[in-house]
Design a protein around this ligand. Structure first.
Ligand SMILES: *[C@@H]1O[C@H](CO)[C@@H](O)[C@H](O)[C@H]1NC(C)=O
Ligand SMILES: *[C@@H]1O[C@H](CO)[C@@H](O)[C@H](O)[C@H]1NC(C)=O
Ligand SMILES: *[C@@H]1O[C@H](CO)[C@@H](O)[C@H](O)[C@H]1NC(C)=O
Ligand SMILES: *[C@@H]1O[C@H](CO)[C@@H](O)[C@H](O)[C@H]1NC(C)=O
Length: 381
């Protein structure tokens, strides 16, 4: 009899818990639906204009078409008189920027999702890749040792941040000093800075590293020379954050492992971050809700989405996915290597021109600032 009673009690408790969980999910869904609805009303805020659809990389007219969207600054609005305005007429819209931060926070908390924490995993735990759900990897001892115990971005708030993309549009831009003047500088894929510092600056507070970079830019760390170069780049971070999306797609696990082994062996002063497994889907969800249909966001867009949490004003440099600049001159795909634009053609999961239109639209509204030209040493205290 007591056994039956116990079983009954257990059943009741389980049912209660289930009901609570279901209720919770319904809440989340309701909220998501609400966001979708409310965003639709001011969706012209974020939707790029339809006539900018023709985004042919190598079409020379693309550059002039593009020009409409980036180059001529919007006419100064009388309502923003008295607020700080840059030389080209761009003004920061804090209201809009705060609104975007709030909306993004409904989908992800960048402070948390920027990295898996030590407490949540142990060595040997099996992980399903985010994009290759049927493939798994496991948490190695080295990775576990390098997992942070608290978010590397905990309680960080910065007034002006720069996110530096890797487009060749930065070459001869003289933007280095301006980029370095920001309070927090984010870079992508461990791009080299020393040899290009006049145009790209040096300061790096956070840098991303896809596993493929170990192979492409550091020759799989096969020789002492490449290992030294890799270590030197990391030492230049001086305690900055190294953000490694290790669980996105299968194939890079041993490269990540080699890199981590070196970092441990040489006790390099970097703070590691490995994005949460939900980050990509959450970021995609946010943009989808705003009618930006991106299959797989680029690192640049990911960084912008996360930076809204930590930064007041966000400035983007080196974001330019087109083979010609606004004046019709050729632009290298990366400022530092010989990769070609075909790399991002239709076979690629990234939708760079779509992302760029989205960012341009946000630039015009004052939510962020895209810098695509040369820097004139404009004072920006
Ligand atoms: C805007 O400010 C400028 C100078 O800062 C002033 O000359 C102009 O009259 C102002 N316009 C309006 C509409 O207040
Ligand atoms: C800033 O953005 C908000 C929200 O989108 C908008 O209502 C407001 O008019 C904008 N302010 C300026 C000065 O453009
Ligand atoms: C972890 O991965 C390694 C190599 O892929 C494998 O040999 C090992 O058995 C795995 N460990 C667990 C607990 O799955
Ligand atoms: C940058 O400037 C140098 C010197 O003027 C020139 O040789 C080079 O072609 C320029 N590069 C680009 C990408 O404009």
């Amino acid at each position: 009899m007591p056994l039956v009673l116990r079983a009954l009690l257990f059943g009741v408790v389980t049912l209660l818990v289930l009901l609570l969980i279901l209720d919770d999910i319904a809440e989340v869904e309701k909220e998501a639906a609400n966001i979708g609805h409310s965003k639709k009303m001011n969706s012209q805020l974020l939707i790029p204009k339809p006539h900018s659809q023709a985004a042919v990389h190598l079409d020379p007219t693309a550059a002039t078409g593009r020009r409409k969207h980036v180059d001529p600054p919007p006419p100064p609005r009388p309502s923003c008189n008295g607020t700080k305005r840059s030389l080209d007429g761009w003004t920061f819209n804090k209201t809009l920027s705060d609104l975007i931060r709030k909306n993004i926070l409904r989908f992800l908390d960048p402070e948390r999702d920027i990295s898996i924490l030590k407490g949540t995993l142990k060595p040997g735990d099996i992980i399903h890749y985010v994009f290759d759900r049927h493939s798994t990897t496991n948490i190695s001892e080295n990775l576990y040792r390098l997992l942070p115990t608290a978010s590397p971005m905990r309680r960080q708030h910065h007034r002006r941040c720069a996110i530096v993309g890797n487009s060749g549009v930065l070459l001869n831009s003289s933007c280095g000093p301006e980029i370095d003047s920001h309070d927090f500088v984010i870079r992508c894929n461990l791009a080299p800075v020393e040899e290009y510092s006049r145009d790209v600056g040096r300061r790096t507070d956070l840098v991303t590293m896809n596993p493929s970079v170990v192979q492409r830019a550091f020759q799989d760390l096969l020789t002492e020379e490449w290992r030294e170069r890799f270590l030197q780049r990391l030492r230049d971070l001086r305690g900055g954050v190294l953000w490694v999306p290790a669980f996105m797609a299968k194939g890079g696990e041993e490269r990540v492992e080699w890199a981590l082994r070196l970092i441990l062996l040489h006790a390099v002063d970097v703070r590691m971050a490995f994005p949460s497994l939900r980050l990509l889907h959450a970021v995609r969800g946010y943009w989808l809700t705003n009618n930006v249909h991106i299959k797989r966001p680029t690192t640049g867009l990911l960084m912008y989405t996360m930076a809204t949490r930590f930064c007041e004003e966000i400035h983007l440099y080196g974001f330019w996915p087109f083979a010609l600049d606004p004046r019709g001159r050729p632009v290298k795909y990366h400022y530092y290597d010989a990769l070609k634009y075909e790399y991002t053609s239709s076979s690629s999961p990234h939708a760079m021109p779509l992302e760029f239109r989205t960012l341009s639209s946000l630039h015009r509204q004052g939510a962020l600032r895209l810098h695509t030209g040369i820097c004139h040493g404009e004072r920006q205290n």
